[in-house]
Design a protein around this ligand. Structure first.
Ligand code: NAD
Length: 358
């Protein structure tokens, strides 16, 4: 029911060469949108989904720094997009300890430059800023889950930079966007998993690398609780929100959590065990509980009732399916076209969605 909507839209994705940006680009291409991307010229990892799935084939890719405000402004003026998804960011917690200045610059001033450039271009009607579930002040006790109205915070530079990006978004919405008929929202998701992620220090790529390289996987926080979510469930929320903002306006501006059902809130250890089952128990892993590590919240849970109630969005995949689809992608990618596998998963996901919307 919502697919026709995208056929007439020009969409700009910042961070389109990243894990989520590549999936979003592929999905929007499949939906018939006119897709453009703006990202740093350096690949996010080697290998990476953007190159292996030939994402650039059916879109225009522009390479530049999000902090190059004059280039960014020229690009947005030239493209004249209808909708912008802002995903470009330094996205890793551990890297933010190594490079706090770079992380704060990219994630805060990058958001400012994007919102500033977009507000001067008449064609732009909807902007969605992608932050994270880590933007909440987390004392590890949020048993019932963070709501969108909870306080922002952030112990590490990455989380704090994203909380700041949230504040920037809210200020731009109130100060500029609401006065000019433009619609601006932020989306908070986290622990997104799926095929094609090869980033350092993320659990799924770490598992796959360990199996391929026949090396032991060392787990830092086996008992950390996380809301694991398939990348397509998360992106489905972003797409649904953009469409609702476009069609129904102000009712949908603000912050939105997109996370899994409570039954998908598992420990790292549970995730590893189930993943290993799909990999034929080839993973050799151990947990290093006694070593000192950088701070990570022991528990992180999101309340997703706002998106469920107002957007009629809900996660389509159970935790078991999420892991099965993810491990299936990596296993199939060893012998098949990555572009084909990824497109097939998008089509399979749409079939599940069709059931929800029928
Ligand atoms: N993957 C997750 O589990 C997760 C969870 C919560 C939030 N997020 C957020 O979602 C967004 C996308 O995440 P991802 O996993 O795809 O990240 P990623 O690291 O795979 O990709 C990041 C993208 O941003 C671009 N980028 C980084 N610095 C840039 C700069 N200075 N100028 C221009 N482009 C730059 C990269 O080129 C790449 O395209 C990020 O904002 C991230 O913080 C991701």
């Amino acid at each position: 029911m919502e697919y026709g909507f995208w056929k007439t839209k020009k969409v700009l994705i910042t961070g389109h060469t990243g894990f989520k940006g590549s999936w979003l680009s592929l999905w929007l291409q499949h939906l018939g949108a006119d897709v453009y991307g703006y990202s740093s010229p350096s690949p996010v990892s080697d290998p990476n989904l953007y190159e292996t799935a030939q994402v650039s084939k059916n879109m225009e890719s522009i390479y530049g720094d999000i902090l190059d405000s004059s280039k960014l402004e020229k690009v947005i003026k030239r493209i004249q997009p209808d909708i912008i998804f802002h995903l470009a960011a330094q996205s890793l917690v551990r890297e933010s300890y190594a490079d706090p200045i770079g992380t704060f610059s990219t994630n805060i001033m990058g958001t400012v430059f994007l919102l500033e450039a977009a507000r001067h271009v008449d064609s732009v009607r909807v902007v969605i800023n992608v932050t994270t579930d880590k933007c909440y002040e987390n004392n590890g006790e949020s048993a019932q889950g963070f709501k969108e109205t909870n306080s922002l915070g952030g112990h590490d530079p990455y989380s704090a930079s994203k909380a700041c990006s949230e504040i920037v978004t809210s200020a731009y919405e109130k100060s500029f966007y609401s006065h000019s008929g433009k619609l601006l929202s932020s989306v908070r998701a986290g622990n997104v998993i799926g095929g094609g992620d090869w980033a350092d220090d993320r659990i799924i790529p770490d598992i796959i690398r360990s199996v391929i390289n026949k090396q032991q996987l060392k787990i830092r926080y086996p008992h950390a609780i996380r809301p694991w979510q398939h990348v397509l469930d998360c992106l489905n929320g972003y797409l649904l929100l953009a469409k609702n903002m476009w069609e129904s306006g102000e009712k949908f501006i603000g912050a939105w959590n997109f996370g899994p059902e409570d039954s998908s809130i598992w420990s790292v250890e549970q995730l590893i065990k189930e993943s290993n089952h799909h990999l034929g128990n080839k993973l050799n892993w151990w947990s290093s509980k006694s070593e000192a590590h950088v701070h990570e919240a022991s528990r992180l849970v999101l309340d997703i009732n706002k998106a469920k109630t107002l957007l009629n969005w809900k996660p389509q995949l159970t935790i078991h399916q999420t892991i099965e689809w993810t491990m299936g992608w990596y296993l199939e990618s060893m012998n098949n076209s990555i572009a084909d596998i990824s497109l097939q998963q998008i089509k399979n996901f749409e079939k599940l969605k069709a059931v929800q919307f029928s």
